[in-house]
Design a protein around this ligand. Structure first.
Ligand code: CAA
Ligand code: NAD
Length: 298
């Protein structure tokens, strides 16, 4: 199946990055959001990302100004779900909430052409559980991108027990077309990366609660000791504490193991609306984005 027109659901942290990468690959992209203001915010993020890549220069893996313009020419935003009717694939990147995703898929299923593929970017929810809200189980997969999408090479391609082999191969080829490295996996909670990464991130919060070190001590230790580009608290703020909190519920519900349970401090920050970079404050305060100030919570 030749993928030419792509629908993206959600223009948040991930949806905007996915739309950018798909448009850069030459596909026409229509991005659906609930309200115009979310499209404006997401498209501003795409503009900023593309500008950074132009600034980097082609020699350092960046792009030309012409490529930036060409990418943006493939992007269209909408708040009307009917605009996705003729998409060859729809990639969903809305809030990590089963009910919201299922409701949206059921609505999409009745509108989008029958041979279109549905691909969820969920971090943790069972692809099978989302698939059953549609009448196209054979054409439903997971395409799990990583944040920030323009920079991270990996895409996890997730099949369910119902995915048709040709659909799965189309998805893997699509991942290659986007310049990503597709890794094949099956519908197990957290797939590969989050199965390993989420307990590490939650343990960092527990270590802090237990007084092992300050927010910056723990972040610096993991960067300098393990060569990570970001420490766990910087990464938690980057991913979004709200999304992380949603993920912990899905994973704990599946495994019933403490290592997947949300630490009390994470719950308190989310209840307070401190979602990390996206809300201006999480484990760090981003009032001055160039100089994030670590919180003192213990
Ligand atoms: N768009 C375009 N260019 C970008 C960019 C973006 N979004 N982010 C960074 N860059 C470019 C910058 O322009 C910069 O290039 P120059 O130095 O030429 O300006 C270069 O990349 C480095 O960026 P920074 O200087 O900002 O800092 P950095 O070296 O730390 O790179 C980073 C930023 C790529 C995000 C890096 O910190 C990193 O890889 N962090 C780890 C991210 C990670 O672990 N992601 C996975 C999260 S888990 C997940 O996604 C799954 C889930 O379900 C939750
Ligand atoms: P986000 O909060 O930044 O964006 C979610 C967007 O979905 C919001 O802009 C919201 O307006 C929109 N939305 C909600 N309901 C909608 C609907 N019915 N129709 C259209 N748009 C709707 O969240 P995010 O971090 O981009 O996460 C999105 C998905 O990607 C989640 O499933 C998450 O688990 C997954 N994911 C997140 C990351 C990460 O690092 N944040 C990485 C990989 C995968």
């Amino acid at each position: 199946m030749d993928i030419k027109k792509v629908g993206v659901l959600g223009c948040g942290l991930m949806g905007s990055g996915i739309a950018q990468v798909v448009a850069a690959a030459g596909c026409d992209v229509v991005v659906l959001e609930q309200e115009q203001k979310f499209l404006d915010k997401g498209f501003a993020g795409i503009e900023k990302s593309l500008a950074r890549m132009v600034e980097r220069g082609v020699a350092k893996g960046g792009i030309t100004a012409e490529q930036k313009t060409e990418t943006q020419s493939h992007l269209k935003g909408t708040t009307n779900i009917k605009d996705l009717a003729d998409c060859d694939i729809v990639i969903e990147a809305i809030i990590e909430n089963v009910a919201e995703k299922r409701k949206t898929y059921a609505e999409l299923d009745a509108i989008v052409k029958k041979d279109a593929i549905f691909a969820t970017n969920t971090s943790s929810i069972s692809v099978t559980e989302l698939m059953t809200s549609t009448q196209r189980p054979e054409r439903f997969i997971g395409l799990h991108f990583f944040n920030p999408v323009p920079m991270m090479k990996l895409v996890e391609v997730v099949k369910t027990i119902a995915t048709a082999p040709d659909v799965y191969e189309t998805a893997v080829e699509f991942g290659n077309k986007l310049g990503k490295v597709p890794v094949r996996t099956s519908d197990k909670t957290g797939f590969i990366v989050n199965r390993l990464l989420v307990p590490y991130l939650l343990d960092a919060i527990r270590a802090y609660e237990e007084g092992v070190g300050s927010i910056t001590d723990i972040d610096e230790a993991m960067k300098l000791g393990c060569g990570y580009p970001m420490g766990p608290f910087a990464l938690l703020d980057f991913v979004g504490l709200d999304t992380t909190y949603y993920i912990t519920h899905v994973m704990y519900d599946e495994f019933k193991e403490r290592r997947f349970a949300a630490p009390p401090l994470l719950k308190r920050l989310v209840l307070a609306g401190w979602y990390g970079r996206k809300s201006g404050k999480g484990f760090y305060d981003y009032s001055d984005p160039k100089n994030p100030v670590p919180g003192k919570f213990a």
